[in-house]
Design a protein. Structure first.
Ligand SMILES: *Cc1c(COP(=O)(O)O)cnc(C)c1O
Length: 462
């Protein structure tokens, strides 16, 4: 498998190349040059999540890692999940299922990728005897997942940028109470998009990023997306869904990484009817689906902070496909976005998108009602992000279809919001109660790349 940049500046790269650089030097995102085709029927006999992950991920990595080594890395990573099924399901109405993606150590779907990326980095680093400095922009969950995964590594430092006052108190505790010598939580006086822009500017500066051995693990890094393809396959296989049934997935969406993984699943042969883009008030994607115009607006702070994002970075990967994989046209569109803060696609492109995707925006009042109703009706607590997925699914999908809603986080991570809706407090397990009594240690910076560069320079390892 070879990779290229959506903007044409780089091509013929290996998995290892793109894992380490994360973002192409021309500002584009890496994509595989073809979609591996998977015989979905042959996969149906696999019932273990780890085994399925191996079959789906291996074609994307190719000879870079031996299959037997990859198997061990995957087995170890998913052994850290609290349920040995890894992904569990909760049926609400008859054909309405929550796909519980929060059984990992930090209670959000980000663990699926992060618990594996870090050991894969370690695997490569052990062959080369060098160290790595990871930089992460987070709206809360990616950062906690990265810090948890990196904590045990002797080869990796992590510099984690989170937006001040825009993450939940649980997420903040998860990032600021781990205290490793290799852990640098950094609060930035800005939004998630500011954090992500700093990360992008550092990655594009190849002189700096190579001198300080920097890599990034936001969902702009292809490998993140790749690991998330697996649970779309697993969902259909584990629920024994036959091919003549109509299947929809509703995905609470911010940076367009998780739902794009479902799109890749379709490209690989997975029979999904519709992918529902479920957004909060930060609705750039919902507006795009309805108008064919992709235009940046400022960020609104909501009770689903992991989706408080102005620009959906991974959308560039879909755009590339919409432009028939023309790196030239993709670059033109992205330049237009930079200059005018918007671009439009043609009616044909818009129709292509709507064949696969539908979208709905759910507001905070609706979120509160959905959490409350779900609790009263099914005695089941959902988090605000999952509520957005559920709301969108109910408004768009037929109830006779098989509707899966990605449960992206455990409700305890957003207990402030959830408790108001269910009317009582939630219980913390012992480990997390202990975390809450620990002192928060973190850096606090202005919204500028300079201080971030300085802390890396002062603390990096080679
Ligand atoms: C990251 C996150 C999302 C959004 O996922 P994207 O890949 O950015 O679209 C949704 N819900 C939760 C809980 C998250 O942590």
């Amino acid at each position: 498998m070879k990779y290229l940049s959506t903007r044409g500046g780089e091509k013929n790269l290996t998995f290892k190349d793109i894992l380490f650089s994360g973002l192409a030097s021309d500002g584009g995102l890496y994509v595989p040059d073809e979609w591996p085709q998977i015989d979905y029927n042959a996969l149906k006999k696999i019932d273990s999540y780890a085994e399925l992950a191996l079959e789906i991920i291996y074609p994307f990595i190719g000879e870079d890692i031996k299959k037997i080594e990859l198997k061990e890395l995957i087995d170890n990573a998913y052994a850290k999940f609290s349920d040995n099924k890894i992904v569990t399901f909760k049926n609400l109405k008859q054909k309405e299922h929550i796909v519980e993606l929060f059984n990992g150590p930090t209670l959000a779907f980000k663990d699926f990728a992060m618990q594996l990326i870090v050991p894969i980095f370690d695997h490569y680093l052990s062959q080369e005897d060098k160290k790595l400095n990871l930089i992460v922009a987070t709206s809360g969950d990616t950062g906690s997942a990265a810090i948890n995964a990196v904590h045990q590594s002797s080869k990796i430092n992590v510099f984690c940028l989170f937006p001040k006052g825009r993450i939940s108190s649980f997420q903040k505790k998860q990032m600021t109470t781990v205290y490793g010598e290799n852990i640098f939580p950094i609060e930035l006086d800005g939004t998630f998009d500011d954090c992500q822009n700093i990360v992008k500017s550092i990655l594009i500066d190849r002189e700096f990023s190579e001198e300080f051995s920097i890599a990034a693990v936001n969902s702009i890094n292809w490998s993140r997306v790749m690991f998330q393809i697996v649970y779309y396959f697993y969902t259909l296989i584990d629920n024994k869904i036959s091919e003549n049934e109509i299947i929809n997935f509703s995905v609470p969406t911010g940076n367009f990484g998780d739902i794009y993984a479902g799109y890749v699943g379709i490209k690989m042969g997975l029979p999904i009817n519709k992918l529902v883009i479920a957004t909060n008030e930060n609705d750039i994607l919902d507006r795009f689906i309805n108008s064919g115009n992709y235009s940046i607006e400022s960020v609104t702070k909501t009770t689903s902070p992991s989706m408080d994002i102005a620009i959906a970075s991974n959308f560039e990967r879909l755009l590339f496909d919409l432009c028939d994989k023309s790196t030239l046209i993709t670059s033109e569109k992205m330049n237009e976005l930079k200059k005018n803060r918007s671009f439009s696609v043609t009616n044909e492109q818009s129709d292509l998108v709507k064949k696969i995707f539908s979208s709905k925006r759910i507001n905070q009042k609706e979120v509160n009602d959905l959490i409350k109703e779900t609790y009263n009706e099914f005695n089941y607590i959902i988090d605000p992000h999952t509520a957005i997925g559920l709301g969108a699914s109910r408004l768009l999908n037929k109830k006779d279809d098989n509707n899966f809603i990605l449960g992206t986080a455990h409700p305890i991570k957003f207990s402030d919001t959830v408790e108001k809706s269910i009317g009582h407090s939630m219980e913390l397990s012992n480990d997390f109660a202990k975390m809450f009594s620990n002192e928060e240690k973190f850096y606090s910076f202005k919204n500028s790349a300079e201080e971030v560069r300085k802390i890396i320079k002062d603390n990096y390892s080679k």
